[in-house]
Design a protein around this ligand. Sequence first.
Ligand code: PLP
Length: 427
Amino acid sequence: MKEVVPSPPAIVRNDVAAVQSLFQQNVVPSYGRFDIVLSHGVGSYLYDVTGKRYLDLGGGIAVSSLGHAHPAIVEALTDQARKVIHSSNFYYHESQGRLAQSLVNLIGPGKCFFGNSGVEANEGLFKLARKFGHDEGRFEILTTINSFHGRTLAGIAATGQEKVKKGFEPMVPGFRQVLYDDLEAMTAAISPATVAIMVEGVQGEGGVTPASPEYLLGLRRLCDEKKLLLFMDGVQCGHFRTGRFQSFQRILEGTANDFLPDAISMAKSLGGGFPIGAFWVRAPYADLLSAGTHGTTFGGSPLACSVALSILQVIQRENLGENARRVGDFLKNGLLALREKYPGVVQNARGLGLMIGLELTPNISNLPGETSKTQAVRFANLLHAAGLLTIPAGAQILRFLPPLNLRQSEAEEGLKIVESVVARLAA
Ligand code: PLP
C-alpha cells in the first residue's frame, strides 16, 4: 500500500553534543526537548544522527499524515516550487480554490479560509464569532476544561489548562471554560454575552478523551436555541485520524449523519509537515468575514495548497481513513491487552482510529528518571531507548498519533516495544 522511497544516507557523525550546544546558545528555550538529535526519516521511521532508528508513532504530534519523505509530498513540493511558491492573497490561483472545494465536499456547504497553523485557524474563528455577535454586544466564547486551542494570547485564553496561561496574565477577555462532555455545565454557563462554543471532538493534549454523541447533539441543539455558533477544533483529531474526515463524523456515525457544526478549524495532518491551517465555515456564515476583515501573507500559498491536495488524493486513493480505523483498532486492542497483563503499569488505553492514549498507572514504583519529570516523560524516555517515539500528554498519558498509512506490521512492532518496556517495569 505504501511506497517506500530510498532514505538519504544517514549522517553517522555523533553530533549530539554539538547540535544541543547550538540550541543552548541560540534557540529560545521554550520547549522541553528529549535528548534526541534527528537526521532524517522514511515512511514510519526516523533516524537520529548516531544512526539509531525509531518507529515514529508520535507522527510529529499528529502531523506526518503520510509518514516521512512520502513521494507524493516530495513531488508536490518540487513540482509546485518550480512553478510558483508564493503569490500573496491579492491574486487567485487554482490550488487554493481546489483545496477549498475538496474540504467543502468532505464536510458540507460552506467556504474555507487558509492560514499557516492550528492556532491561526482558531484565531480566525474567534474573530468570526466576534463579528457575528458584534452588533448585539455578544463576544464571549465558551470552551472546555483540559482543552487545548493553541499558544497565541487568545489561544491560551481559550485553552482550558492553567499551565499555558501562567505568567501571561491578564488573559484576553471573553473566554470561559466549563467541564468537557457535560451538557448541563455548558448550558448553565451561557450568559447574555455568549456568542459561541468551541470544543474538540476528541481532546488531544488533554489526554485523548472523545466526546459522546449525546454531548455533540446536545451542543448543536443548545447553539440553535440560544443563537450561538458551534465551533469544532479539528486541528489534532481531524483529517481522517479517527477513521472519518472529522471526528464528529466518526462519533455520530449511524446516529446523525447530517450533523454539522458552524465552523471547523484544521491544521497538522492537512499539510503532512508543510505548515498549513484552515477553517471551514458553514454556508449561512461563510461571508461574514468580508474583504479586508481578515488575512495573512502566507495563507493558502500555491505550495501549501498543492501539498495538501496531494495528501488528500493519497488518503482517498488508498482509503487511509479505513486504514486508520483498522490499524488503530488493532493498536488500541493490543494496548488494552497490556492492561490485562500488567495492571500495575498500564491503567487504560482509549481513543478512536489512530488517535490513541495509553494511560499509565499512577506511582509506578521502579520507573527510572528524575522524579521532577512526569511519569509520561520518563516512560517516553524508556520507549526512546527501545526505539519508539510517542507523545506525552499530561502526567500519565502517552499519545499514539502515527501516520495514517501505518501498516499493521508496524503497529505490531510498536506493541512489542511497548510490551518490552512495560514488562520490565512490572517485573
Ligand atoms: N488545537 C488543537 C486541538 C491542538 O492540538 C493544537 C496543537 O497541538 C492547536 C490547536 C494549535 O495548533 P498549532 O500548534 O499548529 O498552532
